[in-house]
Design a protein around this ligand. Structure first.
Ligand SMILES: [Zn+2]
Length: 379
């Protein structure tokens, strides 16, 4: 990137240019930040400028590490020392000189995307155009009423998947997460997710009353019993005989003896999920969080939208799938629509007139996609 620069020792060795020629550029001389090797570059001002190059060629070092860092440094010199401390500083760039530098703002690159290519989902304005497109000209299943654009956003209550609340992931408690050592018996605290101390003992005593074997290794209990103990939504309230052995409990129940108290059962999973969602105690939340595992939401398949929104398709794709494609792929899918051949992509059930949908699609979609060219027709 850039040309090699030879120093001849003279600070102003470059040919003098008239001021008018300098004004239109940010002139960088001798940039050496990171992997830059004495790069000289004139960047046009008042223009959209793109630095392109292979990974590691120094694009970010030039844009963020040099130009933006210097702009920020100059700005910070103009604010009070107190304010300066509140601002994250980019540091002083390694560069000989930068002229014609305007105040600069840096926007962070998108982080954490699985692909290095931008998907539609990462470009907000295109996302909102797509939502409009699906609302107005998407293909609806027979009988389904038309949805609003907001219904296609996982960030609205109308659009979010009801199971995962628009997160795309659900956190659940499984047998493996709640019973880390299945060689232990319930009495030996096989159900690690159960509450500690008295509450856990209470749940165990309730199981004794209900006739479950709390002294067998967990893995030797019938599947049906294990599933009920871990996952049931039933909450039976039963007599509890505190400190009684299972045998004594059986006898007490038979003779209808006065119980120590009545105890209400909660399955291990419900205990974990309810505590996580409802507990006021950060410590309790933290404790139960270790028994939860994350997975893609089974209802929306990680697409974060409610089923009605995902049932609407355009060119055969639901909006969740389309949003995960790279922009150039989306542009290709939408090209016929942008060319005015909407009928080719959308199917029966369009609710707009051909002209209205063409106008809407053109103005909104084409603006977010690369320029499209009408294919020559030989009529
Ligand atoms: Zn979901």
């Amino acid at each position: 990137m850039g040309k090699e620069r030879k120093s001849n020792g003279a600070a102003d060795a470059e040919p003098q240019q008239p001021d008018s020629a300098k004004q239109g550029f940010v002139r960088v001389r001798g940039a050496r930040e990171h992997n830059l090797r004495d790069v000289d570059v004139d960047i046009p001002r008042d223009a959209l400028v793109v630095f392109s190059g292979v990974s590691g060629s120094g694009k970010s070092s030039l844009a963020f590490g040099t130009v933006y860092a210097e702009a920020q440094r100059r700005y910070l010199e103009s604010v009070s020392p107190y304010a300066r401390r509140l601002i994250d500083r980019a540091g002083v760039p390694d560069v000989d000189s930068i002229e014609g530098l305007p105040p600069a703002v840096a926007l962070q690159q998108q982080r954490g995307a699985p692909s290095t290519r931008s998907s539609v989902g990462s470009v907000t304005t295109i996302s909102s155009v797509l939502r409009m497109l699906y609302s107005r000209v998407g293909h609806y299943p027979p009988g389904q009423p038309m949805l609003f654009a907001e219904d296609f956003s996982p960030n609205t209550p109308q659009g979010a998947c009801p199971r995962c609340h628009g997160q795309g992931r659900i956190y659940d408690a499984t047998e493996a997460s709640m019973v880390p050592d299945d060689a232990l018996s319930i009495r030996e605290r096989a159900i690690a997710a159960w509450p500690p101390a008295w509450h856990g003992q209470n749940l165990r005593d309730i199981l004794v009353t209900l006739g479950y074997d709390v002294d067998k290794p967990w893995r030797d209990l019938p599947r049906k019993d294990r599933d009920w103990i871990l996952f049931t939504d039933e909450t039976p309230t039963v007599p509890v005989y505190a400190g009684f052995t299972p045998k004594e409990t059986k006898q007490a129940l038979r003779s209808k003896m006065e119980p120590s108290y009545m105890g209400t059962f909660t399955s291990a999973r419900n205990y974990v999920l309810h505590t996580f969602a409802g507990s006021q105690s950060a410590m309790m939340k933290k404790r139960v969080a270790q028994f939860m595992v994350g997975a893609a939401c089974p209802v929306c398949d990680g697409k974060r939208l409610k089923p009605q929104a995902l049932a609407v398709t355009f060119a055969g794709h639901d909006i969740g799938a389309l949003s995960q494609l790279a922009i150039d792929e989306v542009a290709e899918i939408l090209r016929p629509a942008a060319d005015g051949r909407l009928r080719d992509v959308a199917q029966a059930g369009d609710t707009l007139t051909r002209k209205a949908s063409r106008d809407a699609t053109r103005s909104r979609v084409a603006s977010g996609a690369p320029p499209t060219r009408r294919r020559p027709t030989c009529a």
